[in-house]
Design a protein around this ligand. Structure first.
Ligand SMILES: [Zn+2]
Length: 337
């Protein structure tokens, strides 16, 4: 705004509108952003398709080439974040990033989760294929994280990648472009993607194929609970997942019970939805009993996102209620949560 008059409307992620004034009459010039695989704005085109501004960045986001032929200077740049022209810093919500040195200007508020890294590092020094979407999202951790990520890809027909350093999950479409919003997706896929883009809730799925992880016996899945990181207003919640038990359960279902109880990808997604729901709605909930109302609501929410066949929920409830427990099956179902 200058002298109380609007100059530019930024529609983050899509484009912008330049406003010019002739006395009290405004005219509008719409422009669209063309982005690369990281979501960095490389070109802005006007409605006629003419390039009005172009930028190239170094790996860490420093502007190395720039031409603004017409229209106003655009502020949305590296990984689609807003760059402040006075400080030259990028605004990421929780922190400011300095692309010239490839570091944050303040300590990572979640640094305790990444003890092997400097709290100022940007994307584990791998800026060419990782972005920092405000530092939140879904994390797939543990010894089976790669397998579980592949199973999730199969379930949703997308390509998920799990960062080997932090476990942060990112999604790519069939053309190999990173998905940066839920636009164009619907139903359970949209719901899953929206967890990735939620900047207020982190859901972690700790994955294993062992029967025990320390003292904790891990069956198909199990919820730990959540806590709130007060200074950021972010909450974090964690579930466990045993992929080998999930695979055996699916196998048993089809051979012994002639039922389709879903895939490991489906089961993993269930646990993620559950963790997410608990983190979002019950920060500071700690799981004590499957009868906890918080857990029950989260579990039913997860069922609604991962099982479309109501018979499947009935089968699971049957086991949860202790209807069928034999040597072969009890381990997979009695503590399915
Ligand atoms: Zn559940």
């Amino acid at each position: 705004m200058t002298a109380g008059k609007l100059k530019q409307i930024n529609i983050a992620g899509i484009g912008s509108v330049d406003v010019s004034w002739n006395g009290s009459t405004a005219s509008f010039d719409k422009q669209y952003y063309i982005k690369d695989h990281l979501g960095s704005v490389r070109l802005a085109k006007n409605l006629a398709g003419t390039v009005v501004s172009a930028r190239n960045y170094s790996a860490f986001g420093e502007t190395i080439q720039e031409s603004v032929t017409s229209g106003k200077n655009k502020r949305y740049r590296f990984t689609g974040k807003e760059r402040d022209d006075e400080t030259n810093m990028d605004y990421f919500g929780a922190r400011y990033y300095d692309a010239e040195v490839g570091r944050w200007n303040t300590v990572d508020p979640l640094y305790e989760k990444y003890p092997g890294w400097s709290p100022y590092n940007y994307c584990m020094n791998r800026p060419y294929n990782i972005i920092d979407p405000d530092g939140c999202g879904v994390f797939i951790t543990g010894t089976s994280s790669e397998n579980v990520t592949q199973e999730l890809s199969k379930k949703y027909g997308l390509e998920f990648r799990c960062d080997p350093g932090t476990g942060l999950l990112s999604a790519y479409d069939s053309d190999g472009n990173r998905i940066n919003s839920t636009d164009g997706y619907s139903g359970a896929t949209e719901d899953f993607l929206s967890m990735i883009f939620d900047t207020k809730t982190e859901a972690e799925l700790a994955c294993t194929d062992k029967d025990y992880e320390g003292e904790i016996q891990i069956l198909v899945g199990g919820i730990e609970g959540s806590h709130e990181i007060k200074e950021l207003g972010v909450s974090w919640s964690k579930n466990y997942f045993n992929i080998s038990h999930s695979k055996k359960a699916a196998e048993l279902a089809s051979t012994q019970f002639k039922q389709n109880w879903g895939t490991p990808g489906n089961d993993a997604a269930h646990e993620i939805f559950e963790a997410y729901f608990v983190g979002k709605n019950y920060p500071n909930y700690h799981h004590k009993d499957p009868k906890d109302p918080e857990y029950q609501v989260a579990h039913n929410y997860a069922l609604s996102k991962t099982f479309n066949n109501p018979n499947l929920a009935l089968v699971y409830n049957g086991f949860g209620g202790g209807g069928i427990r034999d040597v072969t099956t009890w381990v997979y179902f009695t503590i399915y949560r």
